[in-house]
Design a protein around this ligand. Structure first.
Ligand SMILES: Cc1cc2nc3c(=O)[nH]c(=O)nc-3n(C[C@H](O)[C@H](O)[C@H](O)COP(=O)(O)OP(=O)(O)OC[C@H]3O[C@@H](n4cnc5c(N)ncnc54)[C@H](O)[C@@H]3O)c2cc1C
Length: 463
């Protein structure tokens, strides 16, 4: 194996191959600050270098784990000491923006926020947005089919990708850099690399879809005392916004109380309500949109659905609303050691489901359990951040079992947007049939017969 590392140094240059102390100096990921343990870290500068490195590793049967920004939440970038980590950190360029075609071509290591800012500077919106925008990469978002804050309006990352380039397990460069909205010429191969968590290929470049910039955005923080009107409120705002409702983020009281405890936020509403909803809709005329937005909320107040509301009067206030919703770091500190969950189910069942889960968890750990509930409920997506009071593996596994057991009657998914990685391996069968999993294995075998790409992730070890 030292031979392989020497060969890679000769191919890519010394500074592109880190070993020893330089590897250990890096943390595993955002969620895991432990020191990285891997044979080496490769930092190729472009697709040609990356493809050559993959070819060398394939020949040597060397496992590779791809790394974007390390913000994934299911241990997808964890390495065994014998793995090589393949980091896209130097492949972070925005190559071009096609103003008339409304596309942006980027290298896969480009940071999401950089892409958003460039789109804005050119008069567009890049529609994927999430709390980890400052570190998450385009490649990571593609590989996990990330969702985030505007899915209700624009769809998940899959909807933002027109084309991509990927390097296969044998080093083949598969260029599928389509720029058109419509292209039904045979199989749409890019789909193989979206949401497959780097197990079928390494995404190296992408053509992203840009949307028109919105001229106005109206935001409000709402308080509700019952769950019942929430689905109806979602539909009403969707329809009264003319289809431009772009966020419907629900926070349960436990989440809001925990925010208060962090002492970091100026809470816009009292903390004695059962639910809080951050809503946002977009439009083309600031004055008219604001009036329609206010009228729509006033009607919901009159109907008795909304108990209290704060409408953002400035961009600063809007950012403060989002700062509360996105303060995952603050809540993580408060609830340490935590287990995070990311499930989806039909919205009507959300309250029954969360109550059933919390009842069982409280019964198991009456003195130490604490949890907060929030999520992109407009997409049927709920996140829990829970602590059983212990970092002990068995208690965390027991908590997972409860959360996923209770999901079964609702036909929900154990992963709405974060993926499977290694964290949810044991539970894939809750949301996917035997036939689906067998077909996934056949694809993995066909694309990566040597099992060198992110081995063990999503499907576990081959039997
Ligand atoms: C504070 C916070 C908020 C978040 N909010 C959301 C949210 O709202 N919605 C959501 O969906 N996610 C969310 N996430 C999860 C995470 O940000 C996304 O999954 C993100 O898209 C991962 O990007 P990354 O570059 O950090 O990927 P990484 O963590 O580096 O990798 C994630 C997975 O993708 C693979 N991978 C990375 N790059 C490539 C590539 N170029 N080719 C092939 N495989 C690759 C890795 O091997 C790994 O399996 C959040 C995370 C944090 C920390």
């Amino acid at each position: 194996m030292t031979e392989l590392i020497e060969q890679l140094r000769a191919d890519l240059g010394d500074s592109a191959v880190l070993t020893g102390e330089a590897v250990a100096a890096r943390a595993v990921s955002w969620a895991n600050p432990a020191s990285r343990n891997a044979r080496a870290i490769l930092r190729p500068a472009d697709t040609a270098e990356l493809a050559l490195a993959v070819r060398r590793c394939a020949d040597a049967g060397q496992p590779l784990v791809t790394y974007g920004g390390g913000t994934g939440l299911v241990n997808g970038t964890d390495t065994a000491p014998s793995d090589i980590l393949l980091s896209l950190e130097r492949m972070n360029r925005i190559e071009s923006v096609d103003i008339h075609g409304s596309t942006m071509t980027v290298q896969a290591g480009a940071i999401l926020q950089t892409v958003q800012e460039r789109a804005e500077a050119d008069g567009f919106t890049f529609a994927l947005d999430l709390g980890a925008r400052g570190s998450a990469t385009v490649g990571g978002a593609i590989s996990t089919n990330a969702g985030g804050n505007s899915v209700i309006r624009y769809g998940m990352m899959r909807e933002q990708v027109l084309g991509l380039e990927a390097v296969l397990a044998d080093g083949t460069v598969l260029s599928s850099m389509n720029r058109m909205l419509k292209n039904n010429a045979g199989y749409d191969l890019k789909q193989l690399f979206i949401g497959t968590e780097g197990t079928l290929g390494i995404v190296t470049r992408a053509v992203l879809r840009l949307r028109p910039a919105m001229r106005s955005v109206c935001s409000a923080f709402l308080a509700l005392d019952d769950f019942e009107p929430i689905p109806a409120l979602l539909q009403r705002l969707g329809s009264e916004s003319g289809g431009t409702l772009s966020a419907f983020e629900v926070m349960w009281r436990d989440f809001y109380e925990a925010l208060a405890e962090t002492g970091k936020h100026e809470l816009p509403l009292g903390s004695d309500h059962a639910y809080y909803v951050l809503v946002e809709w977009q439009g083309g005329d600031a004055e008219q949109d604001a009036e329609r937005f206010e009228n729509s909320l006033a009607a919901a107040v009159e109907a008795g659905w909304i108990a209290d509301a704060a409408i953002a009067a400035s961009e600063r206030q809007r950012q403060a609303f989002w700062g509360m919703r996105d303060d995952i770091d603050g809540l993580r500190e408060l609830l340490d050691p935590i287990v995070m969950f990311d499930v989806s189910l039909p919205i009507a069942g959300a309250e029954r489901y969360t109550s059933a889960v919390f009842e069982r968890l409280e019964r198991c750990w009456p003195d130490t359990f604490r949890g907060v509930t929030f999520g992109h409920l407009g997409d049927g997506n709920i996140h829990f951040m829970l602590t059983t009071g212990s970092a002990d593996h068995d208690s965390q596994t027991e908590a997972m079992q409860i959360v996923y057991d209770e999901l079964k009657p609702f036909g929900g998914s154990i992963s709405a947007e974060h993926g499977i990685g290694t964290e949810k391996l044991a539970y894939l069968g809750v949301s996917r049939s035997e036939e689906e999993i067998a077909t996934m294995r056949r694809l993995k075998q066909a694309f990566d017969p040597g099992n060198i790409l992110n081995p063990g992730k999503v499907l576990g070890s081959p039997s």
